[in-house]
Design a protein around this ligand. Structure first.
Ligand code: UDP
Ligand code: MG
Length: 313
């Protein structure tokens, strides 16, 4: 029988969390009384993650493992999972137990009501304060420039309909942000609150630099507003300096040569240099992505898929 519900879980060095996750998740899934599958994607873990997943696989017919041939990042890992899912309702989940599996039935209930995308936002989020503040700002900014409306970008616990997954699978971009991609194609999305736990075991796989990278991916993949911002800044500065030049010219003509203000000049120069570099950087972010897209490399590579025989495909 084909599964109705597919759970997609990327795992990168999650040996400490997986057992606890599975112990929570499996009863929740069987409790719903509908055929399901759980797809784990091993994103190039260096620890015993694959071994633990393999044990789940051996003892549970619903478990499938996609073993990637290296670390391709959370979103590509999820993509790899999406290409294999068989269910009608697809739910993504983090491996670190920060999204409680007990929320899954609530998501499924909303999908049954006819929503094609069920997002979640975290209430009582248990993360370091700087991440919470940063997320708030990033959520606001991203919604604005990407013209989306997502309360909480960081919350991966989400339900997608088959239709949306099929469209996501047609999107070939190699840097992406799956919740935003899903939202773009959703006809009837809804967001529900979920509880959030502290990362019990293991450590976050995102350091500050990875977070910044991820946010650049998010903004540049879904909007060209940053580029327009560069153009606007350039226009503004040109206009201001034109006025300044006229003013200086008049001063030179009527007051004669002046040498005061050399340091002011330097300060202004440095500021402009900063803006120039920043703008070059933003432009470069896009060029880098264009380069990656035109080189058309496979986005990830699968070493092996572990799955049990099914009667029909
Ligand atoms: N993850 C992954 N590949 C990576 C980084 C993370 O598959 O390169 C997985 C990780 O195992 C976890 C999920 O993505 O299941 C979210 O990662 P994490 O909890 O570290 O992120 P945070 O919750 O801190 O944003
Ligand atoms: Mg986490």
């Amino acid at each position: 029988m084909n599964p109705e519900i597919s759970i997609v879980i990327p795992a990168f060095n999650e040996e400490e969390s997986l057992n606890a996750l599975f112990e929570d998740l499996y009863p929740v899934m069987t409790g719903m009384g509908r055929p399901f599958e759980i797809i784990f994607i091993n994103d190039g873990s260096k620890d015993s993650t694959l071994g633990i997943l393999y044990d789940f696989y051996l003892s549970h017919p619903e478990v499938r493992i996609i073993d990637l041939n290296g670390n391709f990042g959370q979103h590509m890992a999820i993509m790899a999972g999406f290409e294999q899912v068989r269910g009608e309702i697809i739910i993504t989940l983090d491996a670190d137990l920060q999204n409680p599996p007990e929320e899954i039935p609530n998501i499924v209930a909303k999908m049954d009501e006819g929503h094609d995308l069920v997002g979640t936002y975290r209430v009582g989020r248990q993360d370091p304060i700087f991440r919470k503040v940063a997320s708030k700002l990033v959520n606001k900014l991203t919604n604005r420039i990407a013209k989306l409306n997502i309360k909480d970008y960081g919350c991966m616990l989400r339900g997608y309909s088959r239709r949306i997954i099929d469209i996501i699978n047609m999107s070939r971009e190699s840097t992406t942000f799956i919740p935003a991609l899903g939202q773009k194609f959703a006809a009837n999305p809804i967001e529900i609150p979920v509880t959030h736990r502290e990362r019990g075991m293991g450590t976050s796989k995102y350091g500050i630099f990875q977070l910044i990278r991820l946010n650049f991916d998010l903004m540049t993949s879904f909007s060209i507003v940053p580029l327009q911002f560069v153009t606007m800044t350039g226009m503004l500065i040109s206009a201001l300096s034109f006025i300044l030049v006229c003013y200086m010219l008049l001063r030179r003509l009527f007051l004669g040569p002046e040498v005061e203000g050399v340091f002011t000049l330097m300060a202004i120069q440095f500021m402009l240099m900063g803006i120039t570099l920043f703008s070059l950087g933003i432009t470069g972010e896009y060029i880098g992505r264009i380069y990656r897209e035109v080189s058309r490399r496979p986005r990830y590579s699968v070493r092996k898929i572990f799955e049990h025989e099914t009667e029909e495909k």
